[in-house]
Design a protein around this ligand. Structure first.
Ligand code: ADP
Ligand code: MG
Length: 324
């Protein structure tokens, strides 16, 4: 199977299901997209590298899902609606079965969110997957990191920490194996390898929330990006953080570490003024996504956590940094 046969067989689909937004898809020098007139184009790229972002033995179907999911999550965090994506793929070999499974995971998620593959590039090399997503958002409605205001409530979709616990179990870390136990791994691994991009919630929050981002490198560290960009501080109420059943048995310091520093959660973290509480609740219902108020934003700087006993202490994040 040559390069062009590979593309035709696995990534080029016979019909264009999105004629309104995709004038031309895979096969020409460029794809031609038609955004809604007057809307802004939202663009984001995320790369997954073997050994760094995933284990070499990960199932190809899960990898196809995750590669697109982490990109769609960025559109969600901006409040954008997907238009399409490109796929740059570096492969050690043209393995037909592997490619079929990868494409299955990729297209299942793409179809679920009406986000067609419109182009890409394919080369031989170490396994590396780079996706660029394009979406659209109405001007003034994008959920920017610099838009948090003192007095805002702080919210989180879903819950954090399970992907991190899965990772620690797979690494055989003592505290994780001793307290969660390996039987929990199958379910937790789903959270690590098959994250759910919160697109419907992000769309529903556009024009309602102030600032938002998707939590990929740890809740506390990622919140730090909003605080720095907006020039504000925040307090997280640890008692308000949703705790997954598998995390309940963990020693408190490790539980809090999973919740606040976890990574790979792909939940939305956002701020909204108290006057929008009903609108936020309505967005959660409309998108069938759990949303929890977990703290507040204040004038000043830095992040504090408030413990169940009411004491506040500064929290210095240990989010993931590739070059730290
Ligand atoms: P060019 O030489 O113009 O860069 P290529 O030969 O790399 O074009 O690709 C041919 C066509 O196939 C282009 O339309 C390109 O977007 C598409 N394509 C290549 N690789 C992929 C891929 N992995 N997924 C989707 N489309 C791809
Ligand atoms: Mg090319």
């Amino acid at each position: 199977m040559g390069e062009f046969e590979l593309i035709r067989r696995h990534f080029q689909r016979p019909t264009n299901s999105y004629p309104d937004t995709v004038a031309l898809g895979v096969g020409d020098d460029c794809a031609l997209l038609q955004p809604t007139p007057g809307w802004q184009l939202a663009v984001s790229t995320d790369m997954l590298v073997e050994g760094r972002h995933f284990f070499p033995d990960v199932a190809a179907e899960a990898l196809g899902h995750k590669a697109l999911a982490v990109n769609l999550s960025d559109l969600a965090a901006m409040g954008a609606r997907p238009l399409g994506f490109t796929l740059a793929l570096s492969l050690p070999a043209a393995d037909d079965a592997w490619l079929a499974a990868f494409a299955r995971g990729l297209f299942a998620l793409a179809d679920a969110h009406a986000c067609p593959l419109v182009g890409g590039d394919t080369t031989r090399g170490p396994l590396n997957i780079c996706i660029t997503v394009m979406g659209e958002v109405q001007p003034q409605q994008a959920l920017r990191r610099d838009a948090a205001r003192a007095g805002d409530d702080l919210y989180l979709s879903g819950r954090t920490g399970e992907a991190r616990l899965a990772l620690e179990l797979m690494r055989g870390t003592d505290w994780a194996v001793g307290h969660a136990g390996m039987p929990a791994l199958a379910q937790l691994r789903e959270r690590l390898e098959r994250p759910t991009p919160r697109l419907a919630l992000g769309r529903a929050l556009a024009g309602v929330a102030h600032a938002a981002l998707d939590v990929s490198d740890g809740l506390a560290g990622d919140l730090g990006h909003i605080l720095a960009a907006s020039g504000v501080g925040a307090v997280i109420d640890t008692a308000a953080l949703p705790v997954a059943p598998d995390l309940r048995g963990l020693p408190p310091e490790h539980r809090l570490d999973c919740l606040l520093n976890g990574g790979d959660d792909y939940e939305l973290l956002f701020t909204a003024p108290p006057a929008q509480r009903q609108a936020v609740a309505a967005a959660a219902v409309a998108s069938a996504t759990p949303v929890q108020r977990i703290g507040r934003v204040h004038a000043g700087a830095g992040l504090c956590v408030r413990e169940a006993d009411g004491r506040e202490r500064p929290w210095s994040p240990h989010g993931f940094d590739h070059f730290a």
